[in-house]
Design a protein around this ligand. Structure first.
Ligand code: PLP
Length: 366
């Protein structure tokens, strides 16, 4: 038996009738951009999060880019974030003509080491941008405290954390803006690109609505220089269907993670750790393994697919040489990049597949 990292078709087949009906109703209404499906989804997702506003945009990258602009980021401003993220987190900062300032991570949760933030603040710092990686949030309370003391905005990258919590708050709702990606493989995934920014601030929501739609206040009247970045009606309609399942899928992800944990207990690997501050929704199930590359080859030879999220920290990417951050400067992120491996994991994975992956890892260590 082979085990794929992800088989998205299983989810579609499980809810096919509902999805097909939702698609058909958009086709027959024939209204595809900025319509009633998006309006409804924005309200429903914001209500799910416990935020006042949701503004649908074209992708997670665009959510971050437009959120930074809506928070007033200008050319040359600095944004503090981490190097171990999907590169689009950093692209979004570049799109806003701002400068990423990278700080190292807490090795237990792979999220920003809040103790290191203050030392990275300069007079140009405008935003703190924590990344809620793999399905759990960064330690937000101390981060928000720094933001308050230095008068900085907080833009949360919640692209991997739909439904994760910090205390009783959902990821994305504690900062000035929370950014979500609905890339197909996410805990809540579209069938194409889509994203959303949530906020409790009416002025940020208003600015986002302008920025995503050419800066228009009404048709052909442009108050600001904007973009084309909209979550279309087809994606909104299917996201509305899937939103009903998100809590169940997240709960099941947690059960499957427990199963992996139990089966891998006692091996010389570090299991994912759930921080005391919140609820992990396991977008990914990530192990730390010193002999990671040998393990991945061993699993691949036996038909088990794994992925590394992410193999090269941003500051060591060719495209970001201009950050002038040398190897060794962010040691925890660099060490993590050498040791992490994401195992096959999604709500529809079968228990016998998890059992086989775990048994094959055990075999590797025998
Ligand atoms: C942490 C993180 N930030 C940003 C993004 C960008 O989202 P998108 O692919 O929807 O542009 C992603 C997803 O790829 C992500 O995982």
């Amino acid at each position: 038996m082979n085990v794929s990292f992800l088989e998205l078709s299983r989810q579609y087949l499980a809810i096919k009738d509902e999805i097909d009906r939702a698609m058909a109703s958009v086709f027959s209404r024939a209204w595809f951009i900025l319509g009633k499906e998006l309006e409804a989804f924005e309200q429903e997702f914001a209500a799910y999060l416990g935020a006042r506003y949701g503004v649908g945009v074209g992708s997670g990258t665009e959510a971050l880019h437009l959120a930074l602009l809506a928070c007033g980021v200008e050319a040359g401003d600095e944004v503090i974030t981490v190097p171990n993220t999907a590169v689009p987190t950093i692209s979004a900062i570049s799109f806003a003509n701002a400068i990423p300032r990278l700080v190292d991570i807490d090795p237990a949760t792979f999220t920003i080491d809040v103790q290191q933030i203050e030392a990275a603040i300069t007079p140009r710092t405008k935003v703190l941008l924590p990344v809620h990686l793999y399905g759990q949030t960064a330690d937000l309370e101390p981060l928000l405290d720094v933001a308050r003391r230095y008068n900085l905005c907080v833009v949360e990258d919640a692209c991997q954390a739909h439904g994760a919590t910090y205390g009783s708050h959902k990821a994305g709702t504690l900062g000035d803006a929370g950014c979500f990606s609905f890339y197909p493989s996410k805990n809540l995934g579209a069938y194409g690109d889509a994203g959303l920014v949530c906020t409790n601030k009416p002025e940020i929501a208003e600015r986002l609505r302008l920025l995503r739609n050419y800066g228009q206040t009404r048709r052909y009247y442009h108050a600001t220089k904007g973009f084309n970045s909209r979550l279309d009606e087809l994606q909104a309609a299917l996201l509305r269907v899937k939103l009903h399942y998100l809590e169940n899928w997240n709960t099941h992800r947690r059960e499957l993670a427990k199963r992996y944990n139990a089966l891998l207990q006692g091996l010389p690997v570090t299991l994912p750790q759930e921080a005391a501050w919140g609820r992990h929704v396991f977008h990914l199930y990530v192990l730390r393994v010193p002999e990671r590359d040998r393990l991945c080859s061993f699993l691949a030879e036996r038909g088990i697919q794994t992925i590394i999220h992410y193999p090269v920290p941003v500051h060591l990417q060719e495209a970001y040489r201009d950050l002038n951050i040398l190897p060794g400067a962010l040691p925890e992120a660099e060490k993590a990049a050498r040791e992490i491996v994401s195992l096959p994991f999604y709500p529809e994975i079968r228990e016998d597949e998890i059992d086989l992956v775990a048994a094959t890892i055990r075999e590797f260590y025998r």
